[in-house]
Design a protein around this ligand. Structure first.
Ligand code: 5GP
Length: 186
């Protein structure tokens, strides 16, 4: 069995990466999601071990020291990281792996994993992104401003990715992402 390929889905907070990720996992066979570790608190609908592994800052630091993360980053006001072992296990089993991570993490993975395919999800505009973040209502105003400020910086890095998918219409964006992934398999 051949090795799987690593796909990186990245882009600003609120752009719809999570929804696109779920669509891709639903639509594409033998594509698995790498569940990240985070130090942020779970949102009401989130489940430990499904959405994230919710861990303490001490546990996170320990794993950093052990070199357990393929990449990690401080995003907004928490730490997030991808476990190297999880990714390696799936790739060795011949499955493609999808990471949904921030821009700093995406750049680390690109440097460390030759052949990884990076996809930037872009909002139609910053105004639309702000609108979506407000609608989502998961952050208070200060956190939302921080996310928007980070988004503006992240958008400037879109050109460094292998592919850009504009998430205006969700069905169109999902199908563009699906096509990118399937094209690599052929
Ligand atoms: P949220 O708190 O909204 O779930 O995620 C905040 C940001 O962290 C999102 O841009 C998300 O893609 C990113 N993120 C989630 N997991 C990881 C990870 O393992 N590594 C990195 N670098 N970013 C992550």
């Amino acid at each position: 069995m051949g090795r799987g390929r690593l796909f990186i889905l990245s882009g600003p907070s609120g752009v719809g990466k999570g929804t696109l990720r779920k669509r891709a996992l639903n639509d594409i066979k033998d594509l698995v999601y790498s569940i990240s570790c985070t130090t942020r608190r779970p949102r009401p609908e989130e489940q430990d071990g499904v959405d994230y592994r919710f861990i303490s800052s001490e546990d996170f630091e320990e794993r950093v020291k052990q070199g357990a993360f393929l990449e990690y980053a401080h995003v907004h006001d928490a730490c997030y990281g991808t476990l190297r072992e999880d990714v390696e296990r799936e790739l060795s089993a011949g499955r493609d792996v999808l990471l949904e991570i921030d821009v700093q993490g995406a750049l680390q993975v690109r440097r460390r994993v030759p052949g990884a395919v990076s996809v930037f999800v872009s909002p139609p505009s910053l105004e639309e992104l702000e609108h979506r973040l407000r609608e989502r209502g998961t952050e208070d105003d200060a956190k939302l401003r921080l996310r928007l400020k980070n988004a503006a910086a992240e958008l400037r890095r879109a050109g460094e990715y292998d592919h850009v998918v504009v998430n205006g219409d969700l069905d169109e964006a999902a199908s563009a992402l699906r096509k990118i992934i399937l094209d690599y398999r052929n």
